[in-house]
Design a protein around this ligand. Sequence first.
Ligand SMILES: Nc1ncnc2c1ncn2[C@@H]1O[C@H](COP(=O)(O)OP(=O)(O)OP(=O)(O)O)[C@@H](O)[C@H]1O
Length: 407
Amino acid sequence: MSAHSAPAAPASGIRFERVTVAYGKRGESVALDALDLTVEPGEVMALLGPSGSGKTTALRAVAGFVQPASGRVFIGDRDVTALPPHRRGIGMVVQQYALFPHLRVAQNVAFGLKARRVPRGEIAGRVTEALEMVGMADYARRYPRELSGGQQQRVAIARALAIRPGVLLLDEPLSALDAQLRSGMLAELARLHRELPDVSILYVTHDQVEALTLADRIAVMDRARLQDCGTPQDLYRRPRTEFTASFVGNANLLPVTVGGATPGSVRFADTELTVTGADEPGHGPAPGADATLCVRPHLVGLGEGENTLRGTIAEVQWRGSTHRLFVDVAGHRVKADVRELRETPALGQSVALHFAAHDAVLLPAGTAPQATDPAATRAPAPTPAPDLAAAGVAKGAAPGAGGATDG
Ligand SMILES: Nc1ncnc2c1ncn2[C@@H]1O[C@H](COP(=O)(O)OP(=O)(O)OP(=O)(O)O)[C@@H](O)[C@H]1O
């Protein structure tokens, strides 16, 4: 192998070891606070969080575009904290394509190879290979201005892949595309990942459908900190905080007090409810403590059941395959996604809702996203939270447009 050619098996896997990044003259603005996170070789990790939570900063720390104030970044076994970006073996794609307008598609894709001094004889083949991967081989002689947004983004991905990186960093790569293109590109990214099973992908997004569709695991960020990390299914079924519960999928979050007449019970207003696991010592909030009961809208049914809540219909939204009922229960608005509804309930009608003990999760109180207004504490939903069915992750209701209480 020539001294200049790319290594046959580039280092894969990323490790953040207590990485802190601070901006400002005196480092007064902490954008990433002691991040510990490992992305396994071949894994797709989504960094999901609201605007300003530090996602891009984490990505830039891997790329080498920001220098951590403390902590270390590893790619494979190599500590790359002090290495310049071009020596880290990474490919990166950002939101705005960032193609060189005066270069043809093939020249754009060849750019990184030339910069890395890949031998001339190899370049044409690698450019074609990368363009074929993204279905753009027929466009090699075009200029970026002669391409659609989606095609430009494909070229940007080809350019990142041409260097055969062990690590691919994607920063909101689909956010400039319209909804239909986005969903097509999502499927293409999933296919690309299947074709490149050794490449670790760190995927920054604030769109939970993208994260749920693509990621093996999701790291949930908020206010410069990692809040939670797990598989999409884990985070959905067993969130550990109110923030995760409301950011990954839709959630009913009800304030409860732990303990009651029967084991595993909690009190919500005047109602005693049971939650599987609530009475296990060492698990969840202690008896007497305030806690938050989380139950997903598609697991709440109409009528009485194991746990029954009584209230009045405040709003009904038809969502194609389901109706979403908004029911006022003891001053809280509970969402229920109901599939089979013979008759649409009238506004103001008294109804009973039910859910199973094993479908509810108890969370520590006070782990919700920061409320900007008092109403938000009652219906926390920091960004539009389409149901997971939209991402093909869990059985449930169809995606909804989102209502006033739905985020
Ligand atoms: N170059 C910079 N100088 C000063 N502050 C910055 C700089 N870049 C980012 N920040 C701040 O750091 C914090 C984290 O920003 P970052 O871009 O990492 O967030 P993000 O989660 O990627 O947000 P978004 O989804 O809006 O892109 C924000 O408060 C942001 O204002």
